[in-house]
Structures are given as structure tokens and as C-alpha cells.
Design a protein around this ligand. Structure first.
Ligand code: NAP
Length: 329
């Protein structure tokens, strides 16, 4: 029987169980997919811990993967048996279930991979890359007039934002938590890097911008960085808040944005920017093109066997990961 990582209850990495699962036959609009690689996302930790609720137990977690289509259900026309495909369920609005060797799933949001995108790269980047794509093109359309601050710049989404924004002409300042991560961020898009443990982030950002502050901040850390992100903005700047790795931002008086310089906050959510199969295809094309051009490099720094997914979770939660992490079934 195929294996999967399932949770039977919310909790720490120890609740991830490697088990036999019955995959079943594809129904109308569905395919059976054999995974070749699975991407690790911070959202998987939120799903495991219960912050992003699951509809039932036991449940296979995980939101992105790459594989080969092995069987088609009735009326599937967008993919064929043998196609190499990838998919993303984004943050938490769409069904989970990628931590497995095989699965049956809806075919609609699968994207066929170009020959120059390898399976592990596709699995590692599909959620993070589509996220970076909508954040820098829609939540804050980045141009050469921008000086941006990117939190977690040595992390999965952060390293793509930093590199891609640089190709659009922006000046990029990364924020990371260690010297090792600073080196990594400097090699992946950042002109300047702030080490968060070495002092006030907003003051360091202002020092790097002759006191002006930045035009936009991309922040998925949440609770720990929200105030610093606002304080780092210049007048009329835009805080793009798209996650909460450190916990949710406490309630906030919206009038403070007025007093702090007519600032904006934009909440980036994957689902609303990738609602249709057409949205997914269009944004994926843009991602494949930029990665295929080598302007954005997808660095897989950690690789785990699927059955050791709990070790991968421990590493990500303790901030020990650099760049991307994949699970290999
Ligand atoms: N809204 C959306 O559409 C969307 C889509 C995908 C992902 N996301 C969000 O984007 C964020 C990044 O996801 P990712 O998969 O690419 O993860 P990641 O950035 O590779 O890993 C998380 C990083 O967050 C930083 N961090 C800061 N405070 C932390 C804390 N208290 N605990 C743990 N880590 C902390 C760490 O970097 P340092 O050590 O350098 O601080 C850590 O490496 C997550 O919050 C995720 O939920 C949002």
C-alpha cells in the first residue's frame, strides 16, 4: 500500500505519522498522481498545530507537490497520463494532502511542467514562487523606484521575492536572524542585509536609506515584526503582510496608519490571487519563465525522506532552514 504522513490530532512534529493509506480510484475530474517530490511550507506547521484547521482526522497534510499523472478519471482534459505536473494548495483555503507517495486529486489546478524545470525545483517552489509572483506584481507592484524590505530573506518565499524584485530594478534590503543567513540572502537578491538580532530593524532600515525609510515591506513573520515593519516605511509606504510565522498580529487601531505617514497595509492571501485554473496557469507561466531564465535561483538546501517529515518540521520551526526544503517519497 502507498505511504503517507497523516495527523490524527493537532500537536508538535511527533503527531506526524508515516502510515499505509488507501488511495482509491480517480472519479470525474480527478487524476491519480505519483509524487516525485513534495515541498515544505511554513503553512504545513500551522496545519499540523491546528492554527489552520483541518476538516477531519486522520488527514494527510501538505500543500504542494510535483509528480507524474498515472491515471485519469472521466472528463479530465487538461493533463494526460505520463505528464509531469505540479500543484499548490496555497496557504489553507484549498484541500491539503501532498505528504504522500500517491494521491487522487482534482485535476483542475495541475500545471504541466516545462522540460527545463526539474521535479524537485517545481515541488520546492510552486507555492512559494506563485506567492512571490502575486505579492510583487499585485499586492505591491515593484518597480525600479522601490526600496523594499524583505523579512525572512533567506527563507523560501523571501529568497524568491528578493531575487525577483531585484530583476524589476528595486533596491532590496533583506532581514534575517543570523550571519550565515545574511550571507545566503546576499547571494540571493539582497543588496543589503539586516541581522535582526543585531539591533532595531526599523532603525537599521532607515540608516540604509539616508533616513527616508523603505517604500514597501514584505512581512510574513507577523507578531514579532509588525511594529518594526510600519516604522521602517517612508510616508505613503505599503506593508504587505502575508503570514505570521511568529504568531498573529494583535488588534490594531487603523487610524495609526494616518499618523505614521498615510501608510497602507495590504493583506496578501494566495487563494484570492489564484482563484481559478486560469490564474494558476498564467502566474505559473510567469514563474517558470523567470526561473528558467536563471534570474531567480531556487536553492534546495534541505532534503528529507518523506517518512522523516517530522525532522523537516523541527528544522523549519527552529529557524534552522535556509532556502527551500523538499520531502522525497
Ligand atoms: N499569504 C500567502 O499567500 C502565503 C503563501 C505561502 C507562504 N506564506 C507564509 O510565508 C511565510 C514563509 O513561508 P516559507 O514556507 O517560505 O517559510 P521560510 O521563510 O522558509 O521559513 C520561515 C522563516 O521565518 C523566520 N521566522 C521569523 N520568526 C520566526 C519564528 N518565531 N519562528 C519560526 N520562524 C521565524 C525564520 O527566518 P529568520 O531566522 O531569518 O528570521 C524562518 O526561517 C510563512 O509565514 C507562510 O505561512 C504565505
Amino acid at each position: 500500500m502507498p505511504k503517507a504522513i497523516r495527523v490524527h490530532e493537532y500537536g508538535g512534529p511527533e503527531v506526524l505519522r508515516y502510515e499505509d493509506v488507501d488511495v482509491g480510484e480517480p472519479g470525474p475530474g480527478e487524476v491519480r498522481l505519483r509524487h516525485t517530490a513534495i515541498g515544505l511550507n511554513y503553512a504545513d506547521i500551522h496545519t499540523r498545530s491546528g492554527r489552520y484547521p483541518l476538516p477531519h482526522f486522520p488527514h494527510v497534510i501538505g500543500g504542494e507537490g510535483c509528480g507524474v499523472v498515472e491515471e485519469l478519471g472521466p472528463s479530465v482534459t487538461n493533463v494526460a497520463v505520463g505528464d509531469r505536473v505540479a500543484y499548490s494548495s496555497g496557504g489553507h483555503a484549498l484541500p491539503r494532502g501532498s505528504y504522500c507517495e500517491q494521491r487522487v486529486m482534482n485535476a483542475e489546478r495541475l500545471v504541466r511542467l516545462p522540460d527545463d524545470i526539474e521535479d524537485e525545483i517545481a515541488a520546492a517552489m510552486i507555492t512559494k514562487g506563485l506567492t512571490a509572483q502575486y505579492l510583487i506584481h499585485d499586492c505591491h507592484p515593484v518597480t525600479e523606484t522601490d526600496t523594499i524590505l524583505v523579512h525572512s530573506a533567506a527563507g523560501g518565499v523571501g529568497m524568491i521575492i528578493a531575487q525577483w524584485a531585484r530583476t524589476l530594478g528595486a533596491h532590496v534590503i533583506g532581514v534575517v536572524s543570523s550571519d550565515e543567513k545574511a550571507l545566503f540572502a546576499a547571494e540571493h537578491g539582497c543588496h543589503d542585509v539586516i541581522v535582526s538580532t543585531e539591533g532595531n530593524i526599523a532603525e537599521q532600515a532607515r540608516a540604509l536609506t539616508e533616513g527616508e525609510g523603505v517604500t514597501a515591506v514584505f512581512d510574513a513573520v507577523g507578531a514579532d515584526t509588525f511594529e518594526a515593519s510600519l516604522a521602517a516605511l517612508r510616508p505613503c509606504g505599503n506593508l504587505v503582510a502575508y503570514g505570521s510565522s511568529s504568531g498573529p498580529v494583535p488588534p490594531f487601531d487603523i487610524f495609526r496608519l494616518n499618523e505614521m505617514g498615510s501608510l497602507r497595509i495590504t493583506a496578501g492571501a494566495f487563494y484570492w490571487h489564484l482563484r481559478t485554473a486560469k490564474d494558476v496557469r498564467t502566474r505559473a507561466r510567469s514563474l517558470f519563465d523567470i526561473v528558467g531564465s536563471d534570474a531567480v535561483s531556487i536553492r534546495i538546501n534541505q532534503k528529507y525522506e518523506l517518512e522523516n517529515a517530522s525532522d523537516a518540521h523541527r528544522a523549519m520551526e527552529s529557524r534552522a532552514t535556509l532556502g527551500m526544503t523538499v520531502l522525497i517519497p
